[in-house]
Design a protein around this ligand. Structure first.
Ligand SMILES: Cc1cc2nc3c(=O)[nH]c(=O)nc-3n(C[C@H](O)[C@H](O)[C@H](O)COP(=O)(O)OP(=O)(O)OC[C@H]3O[C@@H](n4cnc5c(N)ncnc54)[C@H](O)[C@@H]3O)c2cc1C
Length: 358
């Protein structure tokens, strides 16, 4: 039986509600479907629907979503955009409806480091424990890791009265980096995150120094959706090795997968296990710095997809390689958008730069 829809409403007084309605529609058209009708407009996307109507001096907003997390995402995002588009006008956004009395981010969990050790010379596994590991079992592969300043009591993000996320600032500011949950051990209540060690970057430093008892926040999970297929190409550098290993581990015995992974050298290779028939190729870049070779795009150009059946391609790597591969899959393989997910996991020379893939 389908879950009942959750709903939240707000009436927000403002100078020009009709103009605000049009700004919201113009912005949202990038993310979903916008339908104008006699009394306003309807926005529909992955997380729910928003009905907008401009009345006398106010914008009426009705949000419907299938669950608490999505309802929070939509109401929070609508509130953010109202304030962004208000051009200095002070708006009061008060939601009524199926929202918890104590506002909280439904996809935030505090976790505690249980252990940390090197899997290979440049990959460190951090084992986190939390009460509610089941929360991370569905909905996506990745999390935003919130790293508190060293030696300070963590202050986690909160929620304002309008459902906007309030981030700690100043000395309490958190570092945010995206990582993949490599595996989940429900019995031991443990999550494993594999972190590439490079430079003295914030993420690498966190993993190098992680000690049992350290607290860390996680937002998620999300992203990395792999569509059912009978043939897969899973491809990436070491940042996507945790995602590829998890995807391979969850493939059914009936699937076949070609796996291509770029690492520095043989010492960085890891055993991958799967019920599916997998064929793994390791590419070694040797002394070349990560993110500077075209090994991955060239390898993908050398793969011939099966002539029949249902393919799916998953790619995670440095931005330039991701772009070259995406272009090849679309222009040469003519792969439809719903048959590939190509994400830039990082960008050479830029901190905290990524896209979640198209
Ligand atoms: C969906 C998703 C899932 C991801 N999963 C993982 C994962 O499971 N494990 C993992 O290790 N990473 C993963 N990443 C990549 C990770 O988020 C980035 O590498 C991130 O930039 C690391 O943060 P940092 O603090 O180490 O470096 P930043 O502060 O972001 O960058 C500092 C400098 O280091 C460079 N740099 C960043 N990453 C690398 C790298 N890997 N090698 C060499 N130079 C680099 C940057 O270009 C910049 O010049 C994922 C990214 C995404 C988008």
């Amino acid at each position: 039986m389908a879950e009942p829809e959750l709903r939240a409403d707000a009436r927000v007084a403002m100078r020009d509600p009709a103009a605000m309605l049009e700004r919201l529609c113009a912005h949202f058209v990038e993310h979903g479907t916008v339908t104008h009708h006699d009394s306003g407009a309807r926005l529909e996307g992955r997380f729910g629907a928003v009905e907008l109507g401009s009345a006398d001096g106010a914008l009426d907003i009705a949000v419907t979503s299938p669950n608490e997390t999505y309802l929070f995402v939509v109401t929070s995002s609508v509130a953010e955009h109202l304030h962004e588009f208000a051009e200095g006008e002070a708006l009061q956004v008060g939601w009524r409806g199926s929202l918890p009395e104590q506002p909280r981010i439904p996809y935030f969990r505090e976790t505690v480091v249980r252990d940390a050790y090197d899997v290979t010379p440049a990959m460190r596994r951090v084992i986190l424990t939390c009460e509610d590991t089941a929360h991370f079992e569905s909905g996506g592969l990745h999390v935003s890791v919130l790293i508190p300043p060293a030696g300070r009591e963590p202050v986690w993000p909160g929620v304002g009265p309008d459902n906007r996320v309030i981030w700690p600032a100043g000395a309490d500011e958190l570092i945010r980096r995206i990582y993949t949950i490599r595996s989940i051990d429900r019995q031991r209540r443990e999550l494993a995150i594999d972190v590439v060690l490079h430079d003295a970057s914030p993420g690498s430093t966190w993993a190098r120094n992680a000690r049992s008892g350290d607290r860390v926040g996680l937002l998620g999970p999300g992203g990395g959706d792999v569509v059912a297929a009978d043939w897969y190409l899973l491809c990436g550098d070491e940042t996507a090795l945790p995602a590829i290993a998890r995807i391979a581990a969850e493939l059914p015995a009936t699937a076949r997968a070609e796996i291509v992974i770029e690492v520095a050298d043989r010492a960085e290779q890891q055993e991958l296990s799967s019920q599916a028939a997998i064929d793994v190729t390791w590419l070694h870049r040797g002394d070349a710095p990560a993110g500077t070779t075209d090994l991955l795009p060239r390898a993908v150009m050398g793969v011939t997809p099966p002539e029949s059946g249902n393919p799916f391609v998953f790619v995670g790597c440095e931005q330039a390689a991701a772009r070259a591969i995406r272009k090849h899959l679309r222009s040469v393989w003519k792969l439809p958008k719903d048959r590939h997910l190509v994400a830039a996991y990082w960008r050479h020379g830029h901190a905290d730069a990524h896209d979640h893939g198209e």
